[in-house]
Design a binder for this molecule. Structure first.
Ligand SMILES: *Cc1c(COP(=O)(O)O)cnc(C)c1O
Length: 396
């Protein structure tokens, strides 16, 4: 059988070719050009924020955010253990120390444990939060909106305000997710904290091949990021540099793709949301696995769907489940391995990790592309159920 249902692939149904051709015809292919500015404006409009800087990747957007937070060698940044490692690597780029705080049932940072960590493990002296164990300053929190699910930003922002911590929202998976209720109603992921980082990698909800964007609560900070990301050249005629710059700017070719993708974003979100409802129905009251819901009081972009495997009944390794589904033409993947268990992070401090390891062995991501058909969704659900029933330890 030749069928193949991919996990998450890009969708170029719109003006992508037209705009990329146009950029080539104009000869503007590098880090200058009108599509870059256009993409920044479109994103700012969409997010209801006043300034967005397009950059080379989500990783560079996160790195620039930490630079602007003033994270210096030896400082501490509080980070999540259960997410893509790119959310945490920029802490290492700054020679800072990550401390891993557990997630809650949304897979995002647990505000209860965050508060407890600040209260019990740290001292708040002269407006600075100091980690008692080594006397280092805690500068920032990286909050990831995992799979498009909004973290509990109300609680997190309260804690950050109390302890004078910067908040970097890793919104690389959450473009279009917003609050619909509460204090932040109408606010988009990435526009609540001090910084918001976005990614346009190939599997994200919109893509520019590789690319990203960053916003901040101060417009001047975004301007400074734009300046740093283009090598920090201070004079239009002479090569004068007063700061260390980076080559982190998006190219006009990427931005041409991005402008076309932004036009389609509302439709992509609509499809992701509708397909999530279909999967949820198909797994309703199913004993061997359940679809994890998104946070109440928010409208999520529903970028990725998570199936929680009932480990009381199915003990088969993820690797085998994925391979068996692959044989049926269904591409799935395991949620990430814990970052604190990856080689560069062994020996870093962790704080009460319970939910993260629990979900690390239970969550399977299932096909979520915007092109997936109803028939394919039904096939995926049916084949997963067939396999799980075969693997069920509890069967008579
Ligand atoms: C994709 C992703 C990134 C990195 O974005 P790139 O554009 O690939 O550099 C960072 N954090 C999370 C949570 C991501 O999913």
């Amino acid at each position: 059988m030749g069928r193949f249902i991919p996990l998450s692939i890009p969708n170029f149904e719109g003006n992508e070719r037209k705009y990329v051709d146009d950029a080539i015809d104009q000869g503007w292919v590098s880090t200058g050009g009108a599509y870059i500015t256009k993409l920044e404006e479109e994103m700012a409009k969409f997010l209801h924020t006043d300034n967005v800087a397009a950059c080379q990747s989500g990783t560079s957007a996160l790195h620039m955010s930490l630079v602007e937070c003033g994270v210096k060698p030896g400082d501490i940044v509080l980070v999540p253990p259960l997410t893509f490692i790119a959310a945490v690597n920029p802490v290492k780029y700054q020679f800072a120390q990550p401390i891993f705080i557990d997630c809650d049932d949304s897979f995002c940072l647990d505000p209860v444990k965050l508060r407890e960590f600040c209260e019990t493990e740290c001292s708040f002296i002269n407006g600075e939060l100091i980690y008692k164990t080594n006397g280092a300053k805690i500068k920032a929190i990286v909050v990831v909106h995992v799979f498009g699910n909004m973290a509990d930003m109300e609680s997190i922002m309260d804690i950050a305000a109390k302890y004078n911590l910067k908040v970097v929202e890793d919104s690389t998976e959450a473009l279009g997710t917003c609050y619909t209720e509460g204090k932040f109603a109408g606010k988009y992921a990435g526009t609540i904290g001090d910084f918001g980082a976005f990614s346009f990698n190939g599997n994200k909800i919109i893509t520019t091949g590789g690319g990203g964007a960053v916003t901040a609560n101060k417009s001047a900070t975004v301007d400074h990021i734009r300046f740093l990301s283009t090598q920090a050249k201070t004079d239009p005629h002479y090569y004068i540099h007063d700061e260390v710059g980076y080559n982190y700017r998006m190219t006009n070719l990427q931005a041409a793709l991005g402008v076309a993708q932004m036009e389609e974003l509302p439709e992509f979100i609509r499809r992701k949301q509708a397909n999530f409802e279909k999967y949820s129905k198909l797994f309703e009251n199913y004993e061997l696995a359940k679809i994890i819901p998104f946070r109440l009081g928010t409208s999520s972009n529903k970028w990725f769907y998570s199936l929680e495997i009932n480990r009381e009944r199915i003990t088969t390794e993820m690797r085998e489940i994925i391979t068996r589904l692959q044989d049926k033409g269904i591409q799935t993947r395991a949620i990430w391995g814990l970052i604190n268990e990856q080689k560069p992070y062994l020996g870093e401090v962790t704080y009460k990790l319970e939910k993260a390891p629990y979900y690390a062995e239970r969550i399977l991501n299932i096909p979520s592309s915007t092109q997936i058909t109803d028939e394919e969704i039904e096939y995926v659900a049916a084949e997963i159920k067939k396999l799980f029933e075969e693997l069920d330890n509890g069967k008579k």
